[in-house]
Design a protein around this ligand. Structure first.
Ligand SMILES: NC(=O)c1ccc[n+]([C@@H]2O[C@H](COP(=O)([O-])OP(=O)(O)OC[C@H]3O[C@@H](n4cnc5c(N)ncnc54)[C@H](O)[C@@H]3O)[C@@H](O)[C@H]2O)c1
Ligand SMILES: [Zn+2]
Ligand SMILES: [Zn+2]
Length: 357
């Protein structure tokens, strides 16, 4: 068993142990890696919008998580010890692919492991109790992405949400095209940045929250539209001289916006859905707005394993996407309550926590 440095006997960790608001900050034993497991020291963990579900323990949480677990699925770390069947060099900087694929189902054997039929999920209590909100964590070697370039812990943690954005934008041919991005949360902002890096002509950003639009504009959106004040369909109609939008990436998760994408698309347009609507979808005029448009509709879940990681690592290392700009807040993990307050108040884009501080 390879190891380095002194690993303490106990560590701080956030744990969800009961169906109630918040997490518990506990002192727990540092786990021992067995088999193909790797013990990593967590350098940074970014907070995802979906972590709010688990923090508040709402109906969505009951679908996406299983108690007990340590939250935090956007995790950057350093390998400190390998189990007998893992051989990642100690000291390696790693990101965690939190879609724990089985490796044997139809999807896994057809190069689409990110949509594995039997998927577990790190940070959600799915097939593992571990997550990134702890000083050390355990991840099987096959779910670790070993960095080849020198990135900061913040940047490595950001490869997870950036990967979702990259996976989405890669489904669109956006070179030389105007791209409409609906929703300016962390995912939408990252989509805007990736679209730009892939040669989009202009980025049009839409949201209902003026502060999110202001942030999108600061980070490079060409045009912003407040959909509370303006009818987005009417705006797109006049913006495109009635032709419709060629490329749309839906990142708000608002069902009303997903529905609105179809009438806004031009004939032959391309749409990728990233946001997760909680209500059924409805398209009024299926003939005119869907079939006769000869559309391309793509949806994504997670990152292509590990294609996306290689691509996003290069984008960040080469300075083509500045993920640090997207991080608005940094907290010690012990300040998690304040971090979630800020996130839930809509004051943050991306928040990074440091478990060892
Ligand atoms: N498909 C995937 O693999 C995947 C991965 C990560 C996140 N997601 C989903 O992507 C979405 C975005 O994630 P996020 O972390 O950026 O979330 P977020 O909540 O931070 O961002 C959503 C944004 O959409 C805006 N919005 C809400 N209703 C709107 C409306 N009617 N019109 C315009 N804008 C509206 C909000 O103001 C907010 O800025 C969420 O639905 C999330 O669950 C999907
Ligand atoms: Zn996430
Ligand atoms: Zn599988």
């Amino acid at each position: 068993m390879a190891s380095t440095g002194t690993v303490p006997a106990t560590m701080k960790a956030l744990v969800k142990t009961k169906e109630a608001f918040s997490f518990d900050l506990q002192t727990v034993p540092v786990p021992e890696p067995t088999g193909d497991e790797v013990l990593i020291k967590v350098d940074a963990v970014s907070v995802c919008g979906s972590d709010i579900n688990m923090y508040t323990w709402n109906d969505v949480a009951k679908v996406i998580a299983t108690i007990p677990f340590t939250p935090g699925h956007e995790c950057a770390g350093t390998v400190v010890k390998c189990g007998p069947d893992a051989d990642i060099p100690v000291g390696s900087k790693v990101g965690v692919e939190n879609h724990y694929y089985c490796g044997t189902c139809y999807q896994c054997t057809h190069d689409t492991r990110e949509i594995c039929l039997n998927m577990g999920q790190f940070g959600h209590g799915r097939q593992t109790p571990y997550g990134g909100c702890s000083e050390y964590t355990i991840v099987p070697a096959k779910f670790l992405y070993v960095l080849k370039r020198s990135l900061t812990p913040d940047q490595i943690a950001m490869l997870e949400p950036l990967g979702v954005a990259h996976n989405a934008v890669e489904r669109l041919d956006c070179r030389g095209e105007d791209v409409l991005v609906i929703g300016c949360g962390a995912v939408g902002i990252l989509v805007q940045k990736v679209a730009r890096s892939m040669g989009a002509k202009r980025v049009i950003a839409a949201d209902i929250d003026e502060s999110k639009l202001k942030f999108a504009k600061e980070l490079g959106a060409d045009i912003t539209v407040n959909t509370k004040e303006k009818d987005l369909k009417e705006f797109i109609k006049s913006f495109t001289d009635g032709v419709g939008m060629g490329r749309i990436c839906e990142c708000s998760g608002a069902a009303v916006m997903v529905n609105a994408t179809f009438p806004m698309l031009r004939k032959g347009g391309q749409l990728v859905l990233v946001g997760l609507p909680k209500q059924p979808l409805h398209v009024e005029n299926v003939l005119q707005d869907v079939v006769f448009k000869a559309l391309t509709l793509k949806t994504v879940h997670g990152r292509r394993i590990f294609h996306t990681w290689r691509e996003t690592e290069a984008l960040v290392a080469e300075g083509k996407v500045d993920v640090d700009q997207v991080i608005t807040h940094h907290f010690s993990m012990t300040q998690f309550e304040e971090a979630f307050r800020v996130l839930m108040a809509g004051e943050a884009c991306k928040i990074v926590l440091y478990p060892s501080q």
